[in-house]
Design a protein around this ligand. Sequence first.
Ligand code: MN
Length: 210
Amino acid sequence: MYTQFQIPYTFTALEPHIDAQTMETHYTKHHAAYTKNLNDAALKAGVADREIGALLASLSSIPDEALRTAIRNNGGGFYNHNLYFDTLSPNGGGQPQGAFGSVMDKAFGSFSAFQDEISRLAMGRFGSGWAWLSVDRDHNLALSSTANQDNPLMESKGFKPIFGIDVWEHAYYLKYQNRRADYLRALFNVVSWQKVAENYDKIVSGLRAA
Ligand code: MN
């Protein structure tokens, strides 16, 4: 069974950047529904004991097409939002520091170049989807974008996501309406680069299998 990530901050904590109503709806309705629907489908498919990252990286092993699609959409929604909420914090913002800051600078030239590039991917994603910062097979940082609730684990490229930007309208429409660029600018005020750095360290040190 899969358990929804417990947010260690209140729904109002990311105000004014992310409003409380968006946070509450996003977490208690959207994310909760992905989690429930994942569990329902995974139980039927007999895969509810699989580690979620490993499951999403091997969707083709699920023979039933309807269950495979349900697990792709809801398992993606479950995993993606666990990562999203875990990398946001009222104490976030600023730039990555220390060793991970150096890794970012080496990969992208500067933090602001990284911010421009991932924002360009997030703006360019037509309709619903995500923009991603991942670690590739060689432990380099890589940017990408996926549609719907897909994520880099599903693409068999060996990318492991460490930070994702949700660009579904449900992530910003109540406060920003159609102004996705305003949401992206605001979001960077509440990204915990410490958490992203921890995710990076776990992958590079081999502690996280998927
Ligand atoms: Mn979402």
